[in-house]
Design a protein. Structure first.
Length: 367
């Protein structure tokens, strides 16, 4: 299976340039959103646990929320073990022992039902198994999830189910790790899956050999063979907020592609005529130089489109808390419990109203 650089392009360069210019002008007349003005709290994980990177799946009747969870009070010991290469110690003190699972008839009534505490399949996933993304394929459900193991290995494994209750591992785990062009020891996590024209596009996070944070892209049509499309977006590490790029959401809307990601002090947005590359130079074939901009202090976000046409943003409060800590001159260094504990609050929701290609966040009302 191969796809070329024109895959998913449904708009001419002139049409895209016109729409990008309209968006650019809108951004000059608007500013970042204030967290408390546009969000409502909708979900709290069980006491003593947390919720962060997550995904949603609708089975035709109910919403399923899958999220990273664990005991954040282990954070300091876990970070120390990982930094020293004590893989057994990191496994004992893991903050990601499995995948939290909640369900609800709507996004406003999610209730926690279980921890998917997956069995380790080898050294490659001895430390963490977390952050699942569910999809439908040929009459059954698949879940692609993140793994972390000995010697700093990070990557993805796959499991299958016929009922969203009982899961069996795939035949070839882990199915992929960092690409050949990645920096040795680079991360490989935070997958986002979008199906388009019978092809599954797998966006995930890594770093290239120059140390730049990258959104990488794999694709598959059969979940057996995978095609590496390289880096579709890159940027230098941030020194405030989230250091690397995380929580990428990519989707087509009205013939252009949107990419949202959390990075540094919050959530960012970019648009493109193609799912294969985001941010174009002025010398590109699309006759316009694109970029990206910040929407506000949101973290570990997902973008959801309901069958009814409603759009939602989900987020936690971590980046807003970091903003307040910086404002107060309070040191809560990244990865420490003091920095992470806001995640125990759980999930917040914002509704999205589109003005052309600009997403406008608003505080939602239950329906």
């Amino acid at each position: 299976m191969t796809i070329d650089s024109e895959f998913g392009v449904e708009i001419s360069s002139e049409q895209f340039s016109e729409r990008f210019l309209a968006l650019h002008k809108q951004l000059f007349a608007s500013t970042e959103f204030v967290f408390d003005d546009v969000t409502t709290h909708i979900y709290t994980p069980p006491k003593g646990t947390y919720q962060v990177d997550h995904s949603f799946f609708h089975d035709g009747d109910q919403w399923h929320l899958y999220h990273i969870t664990g005991d954040l009070k282990k954070s300091d010991a876990y970070v120390e073990c990982m930094a020293s290469g004590d893989w057994e110690g990191a496994a004992r003190n893991t903050v990601e022992p499995g995948i939290g699972h909640a369900v609800g008839n709507s996004l406003f009534d999610l209730r926690y039902i279980e921890l998917l505490e997956l069995q380790s399949l080898g050294d490659f996933d001895m430390i963490t198994r977390s952050n699942g993304w569910v999809f439908s394929f040929e009459g059954r459900y698949g879940m692609l999830y993140g793994v972390r193991g000995r010697d700093g290995y990070v990557g993805f494994s796959l499991m299958w189910s016929t009922d969203l209750k009982n899961w069996m591992p795939g035949d070839s785990n882990p199915i992929f790790g960092p690409p050949s062009w990645a920096k040795p020891g680079a991360t490989c996590k935070d997958v986002h899956i979008v199906e388009h024209e019978g092809v599954f596009l797998l966006y995930y996070i890594t770093a290239n050999k120059n140390g730049y944070c990258c959104v990488a892209l794999n694709s598959t049509s059969d979940w057996v063979e995978f095609q590496d499309h390289g880096c579709v977006f890159e940027s230098a590490p941030m020194l405030r907020g989230t250091m690397g790029i995380e929580s990428v959401s990519v989707f087509p809307r009205n013939h252009i592609w949107h990419m949202f990601f959390t990075y540094g002090p919050g959530l960012w947005h970019a648009v493109s005529p193609t799912p294969m590359q985001f941010v174009h130079s002025r010398g590109s074939s699309y006759n316009v130089g694109t970029g990206f901009y910040c929407l506000g202090p949101f973290h570990a976000t997902e973008i959801i489109e309901e069958a009814s046409g409603k759009w939602w943003l989900t987020t936690d409060r971590k980046e807003e808390t970091r903003r307040l800590n910086r404002q107060a001159g309070r040191l809560c260094y990244r990865g420490s419990y003091a920095d992470e504990k806001t995640l125990e609050e759980g999930l917040y929701l914002s509704s999205i109203r589109w003005d052309g290609d600009q997403p406008l966040l608003e505080r939602p009302r239950p329906t």
